[in-house]
Design a protein around this ligand. Structure first.
Ligand code: NDP
Length: 327
C-alpha cells in the first residue's frame, strides 16, 4: 500500500458527483494499492444530501477508503488535496445572460482557486468539470497565487471518448483500435473533434470514412452529444462525465499508456496558434505528473478554421470575465 491521496470533489451531491465518488473510493482512479481520503464540498443547502452520499460510501466498506469528510467550507475542503475535481457550478437559469452566468461562476471558482493555493498539497492537480469549464479553470488558476497554471485543467475527455466511440462505430472496429483523435478548443458546441491524425488499427481513419460523414455527422454529433443524451435519457449525462473525469485524472497522475495521446484542456504555451495562457483543449500525453502538448502535428486548412473558431470563443469568454474583474 502507498500513502493515501486526498481527493476533493465539489458539487458532491450532484448527479456527476454521485457517479464519481464510488468509483474513486473503489480504486478505479489511482489503482488498487492507493488508499484515498475524500473531501466533499457542497453549498450549505446540499450538505445534508452529501452527508447521505457519505453514509452510502461508508456502507460500501471500501478497503481503500481511508476517510470521508463533508463540508461547505472551501478551506476545509481543499486541505492537503492532491487532486481537486471541481464539478459543482452554477447552471444557466431561464433568462440568464452570459455575463450573469460568468459572474455567478466567477464567485465560485475564484474563491476555490484561492483556497486551493492556501490549503492544498504542494503537488495539487485540478480538473474543472463544471461549465463553462475552460473559463472556470482560467478563473480558478488566476486566483491561485503560487500554484503553476499547468496544474489547472478542464475536462474534454468526455468529448474525446465520444469521438473515439463514434469512429469505432462507423468503421465497425473496437474502441481499442482507435488512436490519434484530438478535441481542440472549448468544451462547448464550438469544440473541434479532429480525426485527421486518427488511425483505426494500422489504417488512417480518413481512408475508412467519407469526408461528408466527418463534416456532417461526426463533428456535429460529438459536439452536440450532450444535448442528444438529454433528449433521449431525459437527464444530463452523468456516468459518462464521471468516467471521463476519472480517465483524465488517472492518465495525468499515472501517465498515458505507450505513445498514445488523449485530449485535455490545458494552459496554452502558444502551441498551434492558441494564445498563451488560455485553457484550451489539445492533444496531450502525460509522463505521470505533467501534461505535455503533442508537438508538430500538421494542421490542414479545414482544421485551422475549426480550431480558430473555438479558440475565438475562448478569447471572448476570457475577455468577458476580465471585463467583469474576475481574472
Ligand atoms: P451535475 O452533477 O449533473 O453537473 C455538474 C456540472 O458539470 C455542471 O456544471 C455541468 O454543466 C457540468 N458538466 C460538464 N460536462 C458535462 C457533461 N458532459 N454532462 C453533464 N454535465 C456536465 O449537476 P447537478 O445539478 O446534479 O449537481 C451540481 C451540484 O453542484 C449540486 O449539488 C450543487 O449544490 C453543487 N454546487 C456546489 C458548489 C460548491 O461546491 N461550491 C457550487 C455550485 C453548485 P451543465 O450545467 O452545462 O450541464
Amino acid at each position: 500500500m502507498t500513502r493515501p491521496l486526498t481527493v476533493t470533489v465539489t458539487g458532491a451531491a450532484g448527479q456527476i458527483g454521485y457517479a464519481l465518488l464510488f468509483r474513486i473510493a473503489s480504486g478505479q482512479m489511482f489503482g488498487h494499492d492507493t488508499p484515498v481520503r475524500l473531501r466533499l464540498l457542497e453549498i450549505p443547502q446540499a450538505v445534508r444530501a452529501a452527508e447521505g452520499t457519505a453514509m452510502e460510501l461508508e456502507d460500501c466498506a471500501f478497503p481503500l477508503l481511508a476517510d470521508v469528510e463533508v463540508t461547505d467550507d472551501v478551506d476545509v475542503a481543499f486541505e492537503d488535496a492532491n487532486v481537486a475535481m471541481l464539478v459543482g457550478a452554477r447552471p444557466r437559469g431561464a433568462g440568464m445572460e452570459r455575463a450573469d452566468l460568468l459572474q455567478a461562476n466567477g464567485g465560485i471558482f475564484g474563491p476555490q482557486g484561492a483556497a486551493i493555493a492556501a490549503n492544498a498539497a504542494s503537488d495539487a492537480r485540478v480538473v474543472v468539470v463544471g461549465n463553462p469549464a475552460n473559463t472556470n479553470a482560467l478563473i480558478a488558476a488566476s486566483h491561485a497565487e503560487g500554484v503553476p497554471a499547468e496544474r489547472f485543467t478542464a475536462l474534454t475527455r468526455l468529448d474525446h471518448n465520444r469521438a473515439v466511440a463514434q469512429l469505432a462505430n462507423e468503421t465497425d472496429a473496437t474502441v481499442g483500435s482507435v488512436s490519434g483523435i484530438t478535441i481542440w478548443g472549448n468544451h462547448s458546441a464550438t469544440q473541434y473533434p479532429d480525426l485527421s491524425h486518427a488511425t483505426v488499427g494500422d489504417r488512417p481513419a480518413r481512408e475508412l470514412v467519407e469526408e461528408s460523414w466527418v463534416r456532417d455527422e461526426f463533428i456535429p454529433r460529438v459536439a452536440k452529444r450532450g444535448a442528444e443524451i438529454i433528449e433521449v435519457r431525459g437527464a444530463s449525462s452523468a456516468a459518462s462525465a464521471a468516467n471521463a473525469a476519472i480517465d483524465h485524472v488517472r492518465d495525468w497522475v499515472l501517465g498515458t499508456p505507450g505513445d498514445a495521446w488523449t485530449s485535455a484542456a490545458v494552459v496554452s504555451d502558444g502551441s498551434y496558434g492558441v494564445p498563451e495562457g488560455l485553457i484550451s483543449s489539445f492533444p496531450v500525453t502525460s509522463n505521470g505528473g505533467d501534461w505535455k502538448i503533442v508537438p508538430d502535428l500538421d494542421i490542414d486548412a479545414f482544421s485551422r478554421e475549426r480550431i480558430d473558431a473555438s479558440v475565438a470563443e475562448l478569447v471572448a469568454e476570457r475577455d468577458a470575465v476580465r471585463e467583469l474583474g474576475l481574472l
